[in-house]
Design a protein around this ligand. Structure first.
Ligand code: AMP
Ligand code: GLY
Length: 421
């Protein structure tokens, strides 16, 4: 089979790494990819260096990987693909899956609205009895200000549109909130704003494979959104992730199943990965948000633990015949190494020394590019160093040991991944 993978971040390197282990794969084409996917071209299966048997047990590996600079639509006009796997939300929100005439793993534009319009998403949750924080949406600044001043609880401000992980503000109550509101409503994504009750609790990412009708949950993962140790500093796209041991059946029944049923009932069947950002509050589970795609860096952890053939699962979803997605019992931890200046103004162009391999870890590239045979930084989150182990301690030790061997100017990372509550 010939598969096209769209995207160029850490998530896509992890997806490519897993896809090439499928015995069904004849060729993987990546657009635009990064240095990590580029280094895969013509390489043996990277997983083969991992000692863990369940990672080793996969496929023949080594299927050819090729890069193309063209957009996915142009590539699909030129070549025949059996499946297109779309990583990021932006092309899905722009209707890519609707325009391609081949099977796509990724939702239609209308189904993707569950992420691309927070206002739609919140109203959808209410319509389908999905537990979520109290909220109201506004397009008028004066009405929004009056609402913020009138409520007797702290609030979170969210741009309704896509804002690349920068659309959620948690200002101090009072004047700071009113100033933040004004600033947010001046941005394109925040022209409509959702004002939401601020919740306290443990945060969990739960993703499920969906075929339009059914959903099969993955392992639960904990992301680390804040830039600095101790969950301080600004929100980022995610500075690290660890797998959790929690049973996910009940969370899936509360957060994923009613959403997949509701989307189908509203004529927007969801195919691909549905991501629920959960807050486990003293009053029970609340859905903070839905995403219409794999999380990043959660995917780096999930691909290290997925036992099933990813290509088989994606094909089954695209054909409406999802039956099984199995995860291993071990643990994985991903530590993101970021560029100097991330998240505001990341510096690029620094040479990366990847150091020596460690057999129980995989380095997934995110913001990297290959120039001649040098690997250079090319984005804010540069690498997702992922360790595996039978327990979380071991997985974290393997990840941090690998981090210690990697060098680039200005590199920074959190040293407490997996340690916060
Ligand atoms: P979102 O993009 O909606 O997941 O928001 C980004 C981050 O903001 C979340 O991961 C939470 O840490 C935080 N957040 C979002 N909504 C709330 C809320 N209602 N209460 C407290 N924190 C929130
Ligand atoms: N790591 C959070 C996200 O992918 O949205």
């Amino acid at each position: 089979m010939k598969v096209l993978l769209v995207g160029g971040g850490g998530r896509e390197h992890a997806l490519a790494w897993k896809l090439v282990s499928s015995p069904l794969l004849d060729e993987l084409v990546v657009t635009p990819g990064n240095a990590g996917t580029r280094l895969m071209a013509g390489q043996p299966l990277p997983a083969a260096r991992c000692r863990l048997a369940r990672v080793l047990a996969l496929g023949r590996g080594g299927a050819p990987v090729r890069h193309e600079a063209g957009g996915p639509e142009e590539l699909c006009r030129r070549e025949r693909f059996d499946l297109v796997v779309v990583g990021p939300e932006a092309p899905l929100a722009a209707g890519l899956a609707d325009r391609l005439e081949v099977p796509v793993f990724g939702p239609s534009q209308r189904a993707a609205e569950i992420e691309s319009s927070k206002s739609f998403s919140k109203d959808f949750m209410l319509r389908h009895g999905i537990p979520t924080a109290r909220h109201r949406s506004f397009t008028d600044l004066e009405q929004a200000r009056a609402h913020v001043t009138g409520v007797d609880y702290p609030v979170v401000l969210k741009a309704s549109g896509l804002a690349a992980g920068k659309g959620v503000l948690l200002p101090e109550p009072g004047r700071a909130t009113l100033e933040a509101l004004q600033g947010l409503m001046q941005t394109e994504a925040g022209h409509e704003v959702v004002i939401e009750e601020r919740l306290e609790g443990r945060e969990v990412s739960l993703m499920g494979f969906c075929d339009g009708e059914r959903v099969l949950p993955m392992r639960a993962v904990r992301d680390h959104k804040r830039l600095l140790d101790g969950d301080r500093g600004p929100n980022t796209g995610g500075m690290g992730a660890v797998s959790l041991e929690d049973e996910v059946g009940e969370w899936c029944a509360l957060a994923l199943e009613p959403a997949v049923r509701g989307l189908k009932a509203e004529g927007r069947p969801f195919v691909g990965v549905l991501y629920a950002g959960l807050m486990l509050t003293p009053d029970g589970l609340r859905v903070l948000e839905y995403n219409c795609r794999f999380g990043d860096p959660e995917t780096q952890v999930l691909m290290a633990l997925l036992e099933s053939d990813l290509l088989e699962v994606c094909l089954a979803c695209a054909r409406g015949r999802l039956e099984e997605a199995r995860f291993g019992p071990g643990q994985a931890a991903c530590v993101v190494m970021a560029a100097q200046g991330y998240p505001d103004t990341p510096r690029t162009g620094d040479a990366i020394d990847l150091g020596a391999d460690n057999p129980d870890s995989v380095v997934f590239h995110a913001g990297t590019k290959l120039v001649e045979d040098r690997i250079l930084t090319a984005g804010g989150r540069v690498l997702g160093v992922t360790g595996l182990g039978s327990g979380l301690e071991q997985a974290l030790a393997n990840a941090y040991r690998r981090v210690g061997a990697i060098h680039f100017e200005g590199a920074h990372y959190r040293s407490d991944i997996g340690r916060t509550a």
